[in-house]
Design a binder for this molecule. Structure first.
Ligand SMILES: Nc1ncnc2c1ncn2[C@@H]1O[C@H](COP(=O)(O)OP(=O)(O)OP(=O)(O)O)[C@@H](O)[C@H]1O
Ligand SMILES: Nc1nc2c(ncn2[C@@H]2O[C@H](COP(=O)(O)O)[C@@H](O)[C@H]2O)c(=O)[nH]1
Length: 203
């Protein structure tokens, strides 16, 4: 029997650096985990590629995915839908590979309800001023959207207690190393449980 892969959920407020940390992890190329590409109704930003950064959908298409239960979780975030296609997650885990989700907090809480065996990591900013500075400096959002994202961030930080781990994104290197160390230690836990199970079955 193939050992199931790990479901890793990286979450946290907008602008904290989830995408940056995720890209740094994947660009190292050593990891064997897969990335779950989300569907969204948000407008494609310059440089974003359909099917790589997101599956860009119309509202009608997205609502059809909801009706057909094609999403593991979804949410409406600052006026747009975002959601995780369930099929790819299930198939990846069943094939014994790890899957990495980078999603906002409400969606992460839905995943926790459905798949509590996942590893839930909350990325925190050094402080709120730095969070705002990161969103502003990214240059992708107009002032009202930045305000909305900051208001949401305050609510989202209250949900940190539901996570298995909190990782501060002070520098990208530090955050990447901590996330990788968590994943490694979770793998060791699974191996230890399997070893014990095999030993008990033999006895
Ligand atoms: N450790 C860091 N130190 C300084 N700047 C950072 C750090 N991590 C990320 N940034 C910068 O902060 C901005 C926001 O990062 P990023 O887009 O990765 O955040 P995010 O959490 O994925 O945002 P969203 O949830 O809105 O997609 C980017 O300009 C990025 O370069
Ligand atoms: N609940 C979900 N949240 C998601 C998903 N994919 C991305 N996101 C999060 O949405 C916000 C905004 O993203 P942006 O690309 O417009 O900046 C951010 O926090 C993403 O992490 C998803 O499938 N489900």
């Amino acid at each position: 029997m193939t050992e199931k892969g790990l479901l890793i959920v990286l979450s946290g407020p907008s602008g904290v650096g989830k995408g940056t940390v995720r890209q740094a992890i994947f660009s190292q190329g050593e990891q064997e985990f897969m990335y779950s590409i989300s569907a969204t109704t948000r407008k494609q930003r310059e440089g974003e590629v359909d099917g790589i950064d997101y599956f860009f959908k119309s509202r009608e298409e997205f609502e059809r995915m909801i009706e057909k239960n094609e999403l593991l979780e979804y949410t409406e975030y600052v006026g747009n839908y975002y959601g995780t296609p369930i099929d790819y997650v299930k198939k990846t885990l069943e094939a014994g590979n790890d899957i990495f989700l980078e999603i906002e907090v409400q969606g992460a809480m839905q995943v926790k309800e459905r798949m509590p065996e996942g590893i839930f990591i909350f990325l925190t900013p050094p402080d709120m001023m730095e969070l705002e500075a990161r969103i502003i400096n990214r240059g992708t959002d107009a002032s009202p959207v930045i305000r909305e994202r900051m208001e949401k961030a305050v609510e989202e930080l209250n949900l940190i207690r539901y996570y298995d781990y909190a990782v501060e994104n002070d520098t990208v290197d530090n955050a990447v190393n901590k996330v990788l160390a968590i994943i490694k230690s979770e793998h060791l836990k699974v191996s230890r449980i399997l070893d014990t199970k095999l030993r008990t079955e033999k006895e």
